[in-house]
Design a protein around this ligand. Structure first.
Ligand code: CMC
Length: 429
């Protein structure tokens, strides 16, 4: 460690604060006693410089474009492993042995069905409801169905709630899709792998046989791995904050889903595909690049830029490969939207505006094209992100609950409103 303390001077007074070194990454100045000692708060809207917790789950080096889960690079997990193995790693901290992996798969599979009453719950939604609104409601509703796994002080119950959510999220996501398109719900099949089962719940119909294409199932599984966790992003921080009060775990995950929905976060994959379709052809790209650079135009290139990555998002590279795998398998060789995406990427990567601001493609740039080719409508994209991110939310929630230093999250503010004043009667206002 270069320094073990940081000195703060205000006027003629100075205070020392401890500096902690992480296993890798920037040092952090521990200001937990700042208010008690100095009477001041820090001001950091958007938490751009604030480490809100200690965590050993995921590490991102945004300048180098590195993403590690429990130390393992995302490239290796995506190329050599599968999603349930990544889930195990995120939850337990180590890759499973063969026996541990088999047992974990069995336990997740055993929980894939949802309470039959959930079917009735779904019919309360309008058919044209956005599937993310259905997910917010139905995942929150799980808290009303599984009372035997909500005592968060009991390690066993915490794990059952965790497994239930990982197992039931594909079932609920597929139900949201089926409800939206007006088809009957398809029950899970426990003889299929996690991603293959999800595809059959989405695309099988009772009237005919459905055979899962293994290449597409593998692509789906990779997409899940790429979205599994991403450190203290907005939705994960939401889950932690909601959970810090001791709230019901299913309700905490519903809070994460609500946060993920926004276009600056998980909603960007839907927005990116809409944007690519709006651009439509390569010759219109300069017009959109100019719009993105125009300070007076709110338009942004969706799927570009990231709060942490100031380099190519490593997930975007893997996603680009998955896109090609899926399109090749489906025999789509001249997809005009893919051509627009590739050309747009090429132009933006050499344009001064994007180069100077270090704006690179993020995971959402290519995921929309892939998901569309897999057969999902755009409004399902963020649902798939939520499905995959559930394990990350849960691992981070569990870590927080098990942290002896855990406190309810309670930020402070820089108050700029009126100071104390007396109530004015209506007749005198
Ligand atoms: N297109 C054009 N300009 C951009 C873009 C973009 N996509 N992203 C950032 N900028 C500019 C921005 O105008 C600002 O310029 P200036 O300094 O002149 O005011 C500068 O770059 C920094 O942007 P910022 O908004 O201060 O950066 P941020 O860290 O607050 O925002 C972001 C990060 C992801 C919200 C933003 O880059 C963005 O809106 N991107 C498009 C949406 C998107 O693709 N989101 C998916 C993120 S990855 C998936 C996930 O983790 O959820």
């Amino acid at each position: 460690m270069a320094n073990d303390k940081a000195t703060l001077t205000i006027g003629d007074k100075s205070w020392d604060f401890p500096v902690h070194s992480p296993s890798v990454g920037p040092d952090v100045i521990d200001i937990t006693t700042l208010y008690k000692e100095t009477g001041c708060f820090t001001f950091d809207p958007g938490f751009t410089s604030t480490a809100a917790c200690e965590s050993d789950i995921t590490y991102i080096d945004g300048d180098e474009g590195i993403l590690l889960h429990r130390g393992y690079p995302i490239e290796q997990l995506a190329e050599k492993g599968d999603f349930l193995e990544t889930c195990y790693l995120l939850l337990y901290g180590e890759l499973p042995t063969k026996e541990q992996g088999d047992e974990f798969r069995h336990r997740v599979t055993y929980h894939t069905m949802v309470h039959e009453q959930m079917n009735r719950f779904f019919t309360g939604f309008r058919r044209d409801a956005h599937p993310m609104s259905i997910m917010c409601g139905s995942v929150g509703a799980l808290s009303a169905f599984y009372h035997d796994s909500t005592d968060i002080s009991d390690e066993k119950q915490r794990m059952i709630a965790s497994l239930r959510m990982i197992a039931k999220m594909p079932t609920l996501a597929a139900m949201a899709y089926k409800y939206h398109v007006g088809q009957p719900f398809v029950y899970p099949r426990n003889d299929l792998g996690y991603a293959a089962n999800f595809l059959q719940m989405c695309f099988a119909v009772p009237a005919e046989d459905y055979k899962v294409n293994p290449v597409l199932a593998k692509a789906m599984d990779t997409i899940f791995i790429l979205h599994a966790d991403h450190e203290q992003n907005a939705s994960t921080s939401t889950v932690r904050l909601a959970g810090s009060s001791g709230a019901n775990p299913f309700a905490c995950i519903a809070a994460g889903i609500a946060c993920l929905w926004g276009p600056a976060h998980g909603g960007a994959n839907e927005a990116a595909l809409n944007m690519l379709e709006e651009i439509g052809s390569v010759d219109r790209i300069p017009e959109y690049i100019a719009k993105a650079k125009d300070k007076n135009d709110p338009f942004r290139l969706m799927g570009f830029g990231h709060r942490v990555y100031k380099n190519y998002d490593p997930r975007a590279r893997l996603m680009q490969k998955t896109t090609h795998d899926v399109l090749n398998e489906l025999g789509i060789h001249d997809d005009p939207i893919l051509q627009v995406a590739m050309e747009l990427e090429k132009i933006a990567l050499t344009d001064d505006y994007f180069v100077e601001k270090k704006l690179y493609p993020n995971i959402d740039f290519y995921s929309g094209i892939t998901l569309k080719a897999l057969g999902f409508p755009t409004n399902m994209f963020t649902v798939l992100f939520a499905l995959a991110r559930t394990v990350g939310w849960i691992a981070q929630w569990k870590e927080m609950i098990e942290d002896p230093k855990q406190k309810i999250g309670r930020p402070r503010q820089l108050y700029t409103g009126a100071t104390s004043r007396d109530y004015v009667e209506v007749k005198d206002r």
